[in-house]
Design a protein around this ligand. Structure first.
Ligand code: 5GP
Ligand code: ZN
Length: 143
């Protein structure tokens, strides 16, 4: 497994830093976030060190996301939340503070459970033509 000796999540995978482990297999490691947003807040990470979603190869991404349902279902069975959010922050302006790719699994218990996605304000600023042009701009850059 490639790892970065200065990375705290690589240290957690290696057991150099203790963690509350939820699940582990050959490709991924899941553990409780030390700062729980809601009860059962879990981080799922690839064992291969990759900084963020941009630098992640398809195989690593495939294996990582493939494990999301089983961890999500285990959290659901354990704590009976009424919902669950997946979150992945990339780069500091988006809230990334640890530079080893991770998916947050945040079980939800109600409006005032601590998770506040109130920053999600949808707009109607884009016409259908705008959306088509933007989609083309992105599509042309898919490699
Ligand atoms: P980010 O802000 O990068 O999306 O998420 C990083 C998360 O890692 C934060 O929610 C933070 O609480 C958690 N975290 C940081 N250091 C540690 C640690 O040493 N152990 C555990 N379990 N979680 C950590
Ligand atoms: Zn790492």
């Amino acid at each position: 497994m490639t790892h970065d000796s200065s990375c705290i999540f690589c240290k957690i995978i290696n057991g150099d830093i203790p963690s509350a482990k939820v699940y582990e297999d050959e490709a991924v490691y899941a553990f409780l976030d030390i700062s729980q947003v809601t009860k059962g807040h879990t981080l799922l990470i690839p064992k291969t060190h990759t900084q963020d979603i941009y630098s992640t190869d398809e195989q690593t991404a495939e294996k990582l996301f493939a494990r999301v349902p089983k961890v999500a279902n285990a959290i659901k069975n354990a704590f009976e939340p009424i919902g669950l959010n997946l979150l992945n922050n990339n780069e500091a302006p988006a809230g990334q503070s640890v530079y080893h790719l991770h998916i947050h699994l945040i079980p939800r218990y109600g409006e005032n459970d601590g998770f506040e996605p109130n920053w999600i304000v949808h707009t109607d600023d884009y016409s259908n033509d705008d959306l088509q042009a933007m989609a083309k701009q992105i599509n042309e850059r898919i490699s």
